[in-house]
Design a protein around this ligand. Sequence first.
Ligand SMILES: [Fe+2]
Length: 412
Amino acid sequence: MTTSLDFESPVRLKAVAAANLPTVTPALEELYRGFEKELLIPLWTEIGDLMPVHPRSKAVPHRWRWDALRALAARAGELVPVGRGGERRAIALANPGLAGRPFATPTLWAAIQYLMPGENAPEHRHTQHAFRFVLEGEGVWTVVGGDPVAMRRGDFLPQAGWNWHAHHNATTQPMAWIDGLDIPLQYITEAQFFEFGRDEISDGERTTPERSRAERLWGHPGLAPVAQAVKPTRPGSPLLAYRWENTDRALSDQLALEREGYPGTVEPGHAAVRYTDPATGGDVLPTIRVELHRIARNAETRPARETGSSVYAVFDGSGTVTVGEQTWSVSRGDLFVVPSWQPFSAKSQAGATDSDSGALDLFRFSDSPVFEALKLNRSSTEASPAASTQASTQASTEASTADEARAKGDAQ
Ligand SMILES: [Fe+2]
């Protein structure tokens, strides 16, 4: 069909016989052809998709095995050079519900990045907020704003948008880590910028200090520098590395306090910490929340659901995780996604080969700051999709009831 705009209309409308929809007649069909020609779509044919009773993410629960990711990344290390243009040997998780796009969830990118011995990843900057989390190995320094920052197993390294950054592997071993970014979210906003930096960083930057300048300024608990010259001028944490020994101790202390009868854990056997910006106390990145959860040996978390999506990486231990209708066994390095409003729970089940205390350590990142800023955050510990039992979600219960009443007559 050709429109007055002289191109084929992408609008296709089908008159359907259903309750609460207009009676299908030749006149209605003619009306719909008129809508198609003028690029118009009535709400009454779309409301079930556009205004669902509860979130229906196109993303689906999925798990990626670390062994498979690691092997393919190593093969890419042999075949694919790192250099200007492609920029990074980063291999993204593609959620099977998101049409083959390199998106783990509708808002979050997660990738394994691999750097061969002696390799340098060239300098660039972009508006996308990013972080690195090291699942194994060491020997790469990421250079952010000219500050070399060591990367080791368990370290979390945030890097807010528009900071220059490059990487260099100073060892004779390849190294792999997890990249997390808000690429899909920024893709939707159409507000992205990207700029190439130098092809080579200076010899002074290609050094291997134990502690970065950022850590020497901002890495002291409860202490912020007073000098105006070092105050952050852009959103995002000025602390460029959160070391595993601190995270590990914080989690161990929570479980110890619980054993001694004091509060500290989220629920019995479930310790959790959130990485925060030392200058503000808020989330470490404007669009991404990052946490580490430790589930003690044989403990199990209560099923919970939230609006917004999460990506998890198993840092240590073994267990089973349930996301919606899916239950998987997981072990070190595995990654999985929790789409919006899908119930999630995890159980620690120490494996024969686990070298730790039997706890399941789960690294988690989510888009929660975005949902909170937009006042779209809701949570529930109930299993049913429309349930909202927390006081803060009373309004949602009322809204859901109204929506469900409407949906009973909805033909979608
Ligand atoms: Fe980058």
